[in-house]
Design a protein around this ligand. Structure first.
Ligand SMILES: [Zn+2]
Length: 368
C-alpha cells in the first residue's frame, strides 16, 4: 500500500520528521491496533491513533454511553448518551479521519472470544478498569505473541507500561496475582479526575506509535507512574520473571482461565486457614482431612499432595458432589488465592467445613 495524495497532505507534520518520514507513515497505515474498552483511556488512544493514520483500529466494548462518562470519555458526545459506545466512538473516529478502517466488537472481551479477536490485530492496548480484563488481555496477548500497551488510572494517579514484547516482561511478571478482592476500589467506586485518562491514554498512544514505527526507546520493563496532584512522573524498572506463570520458561498458563473467579470483585469473607506444618502433622498422624487440589492439570506436573482429589477451579461447580460436607476438607491451589475464592463460593452453597491451605502448594514444597 502507498499513501494517497490526500494522505500525504494530511500527514505532512509526521512525514517531515526524519524519524517517521513517508516510510513510517506507511507503517502506520499498514498497522492494526485493538483497543479494549472505549472509555476514559480508550478515548484519547483511539482518537490519536486515528488522527495519526493507523490504518485499522478495532474497538471492543459492550457498554452504552452514560451521562457520567462524559466528564472524561471525550470520544463520546452528549447527543450519544444511550448509544453503544463502539458506535459512538466510531462516529467520532470517522469524523477525525475518513481514511482508516474501523472494526467494532459489541461485546465484552471474554475467555471465549479474546484469542480470536486479539489474533486479528498487530498490537493490543488495554484501556479497561478491572483486574479480570487486565489479566485476560495480558494472557491472551502472551499466548498469541502480541504486544500489550498497558495503562491504568485511579483518582489522580495513573500507570503505563509495554508488555508482551519478545524479550520483555508481561503484566504477571510484575503482578503475578490480583490484589485481594475489595482492597482496590474500581474507578466507578473511587472517582477519577477527568483529564487523568487523557494523560495516560495519550502516553499509551505514544508507545503504540513508537512500536509501529520502530522509533525511540520503548517503555519495556519500566512502569511509568504519574501523580497529577504532585505533577510528578516516576518510573520503576522490572525484568521478565523466568518463573512467570504466563511468559516464563515453563509457563503453567497455556490457555485462558476464569478471570472473574480469579479476580472476584466481591469483598473477601474470612476464610479459615491451616498452615502447611499443621497439615503435614495431621497427615503423619493419620488424621488427614480430605484434600482438594483446585490447580489446573498443567500445574500438577510440579507435584501434588498425596491422596488429593484434583478438581480444577473451573470444574468445581459441576463436580461439587465430590466435595464432602460432613468431614474436614482442606482446599489448596498454588499460592492460596484461588482456593480462597473456591471456598468463598462453596460457603455460599452451604459448606461450613472447608479450610484453606495458607501459602498453597508453594509453601508445601518448602517443607517436603
Ligand atoms: Zn510474565
Amino acid at each position: 500500500m502507498s499513501l494517497t495524495k490526500a494522505e500525504l497532505e494530511r500527514y505532512k507534520r509526521h512525514t517531515f520528521l526524519p524519524e517517521i518520514g513517508v516510510e513510517g507513515q506507511l507503517k502506520l497505515k499498514n498497522a492494526s491496533v485493538l483497543i479494549v474498552g472505549t472509555g476514559g483511556l480508550g478515548s484519547p488512544i483511539a482518537m490519536y491513533l486515528a488522527a495519526s493514520g493507523v490504518g485499522h483500529i478495532g474497538l471492543v466494548d459492550f457498554d452504552v454511553v452514560d451521562e457520567s462518562n462524559l466528564q472524561r470519555q471525550i470520544i463520546h458526545k452528549s447527543k450519544n448518551v444511550g448509544k453503544l459506545k463502539t458506535q459512538s466512538a466510531a462516529e467520532t473516529l470517522k469524523d477525525i479521519n475518513p481514511h482508516i478502517e474501523i472494526s467494532l466488537f459489541n461485546e465484552a472481551l471474554n475467555v471465549d472470544n479474546a484469542l480470536d479477536i486479539v489474533e486479528q490485530f498487530d498490537i493490543v492496548t488495554d484501556g479497561t478498569d478491572n483486574f479480570a480484563t487486565r489479566y485476560l488481555v495480558n494472557d491472551a496477548c502472551v499466548l498469541s505473541g502480541k504486544v500489550n500497551v498497558f495503562g491504568s488510572i485511579r483518582q489522580f494517579e495513573g500507570q503505563v507500561s509495554v508488555f508482551g514484547t519478545t524479550d520483555g516482561p508481561c503484566y504477571r511478571c510484575l503482578f503475578p496475582e490480583p490484589p485481594q478482592p475489595g482492597i482496590v476500589p474500581s474507578c466507578a467506586e473511587a472517582g477519577v479526575m477527568g483529564v487523568l485518562p487523557g494523560v495516560i491514554g495519550t502516553l499509551q498512544a505514544t508507545e503504540i506509535i513508537k512500536q509501529i514505527t520502530g522509533i525511540g526507546e520503548a517503555l519495556i520493563g519500566r512502569l511509568l507512574s504519574y501523580d497529577a496532584l504532585k505533577m510528578d512522573f516516576n518510573e520503576i524498572k522490572f525484568i521478565k520473571d523466568p518463573d512467570c506463570k504466563c511468559c516464563g520458561e515453563k509457563p503453567s498458563i497455556t490457555g485462558l482461565v476464569n478471570y472473574d473467579a480469579f479476580c472476584c470483585s466481591k469483598p473477601a469473607s474470612i476464610v479459615r486457614e491451616i498452615n502447611v506444618e499443621t497439615l503435614k502433622d495431621s497427615i503423619e498422624n493419620d488424621k488427614s482431612p480430605v484434600l482438594i487440589d483446585v490447580r489446573d492439570s498443567e500445574e500438577l506436573k510440579e507435584g501434588f499432595i498425596t491422596n488429593s482429589i484434583h478438581i480444577p477451579m473451573e470444574e468445581v461447580a459441576k463436580r461439587v458432589h465430590e466435595i464432602p460436607k460432613d468431614k474436614p476438607v482442606v482446599v489448596y491451589c498454588y499460592s492460596g488465592m484461588r482456593s480462597t475464592r473456591v471456598i468463598q463460593e462453596l460457603e455460599q452453597k452451604g459448606y461450613t467445613n472447608l479450610v484453606n491451605l495458607r501459602g498453597g502448594y508453594e509453601d508445601w514444597e518448602t517443607i517436603i
